[in-house]
Design a protein around this ligand. Structure first.
Ligand SMILES: [Zn+2]
Length: 137
């Protein structure tokens, strides 16, 4: 299986390859996305990589009107909010991610339970290039 360390760099490298990779605890089986070197459930340190299908459903969300600087750079602000949500993955784990495919200005129309699919975002140029996981309705 994959020998990459369980950290953000490996995670982002997988996203660049358009793979949703998390960690699975060899002791208790708990899944984590993004991957963690220590189990969030039993604090075990024996982890293995697991590939998620990238499908799930919306469990909770927020419409963000006050954007942090890196999001403001993308044009998000009070008049152009964006969504962040908790996604319940098909495999059972939960993750927090950008949510796309909805109108963030009309959060009242967004339904919890809506099926979502992984979307691979690429931001910035050159050495600033980042690979992010989002979920799209
Ligand atoms: Zn564990």
């Amino acid at each position: 299986m994959e020998e990459r360390p369980f950290n953000d760099t490996s995670y982002e490298q997988f996203l660049k390859e358009k793979r949703v990779m998390g960690s699975k605890c060899k002791n208790c089986g708990a899944l984590s996305l993004p991957p963690r070197p220590i189990c969030i459930s039993c604090f075990g340190k024996k982890m293995e990589w697991v590939e998620f299908k990238g499908t799930g459903s919306l469990a909770a969300f927020s419409s963000i009107v006050v954007a942090p600087p890196y999001m403001a750079k993308e044009g998000f602000n009070r008049n152009n909010p964006y969504l962040v949500g908790v996604v319940e993955l098909e495999e059972g784990a939960k993750t927090v991610a950008r949510i796309t495919g909805f109108d963030a200005k009309k959060p009242e129309l967004i339904k919890v339970g809506t099926p979502l699919k992984a979307e691979f975002l690429e931001k910035g140029e050159g050495p600033e290039r980042r690979y992010l996981l989002a979920f799209k309705a």
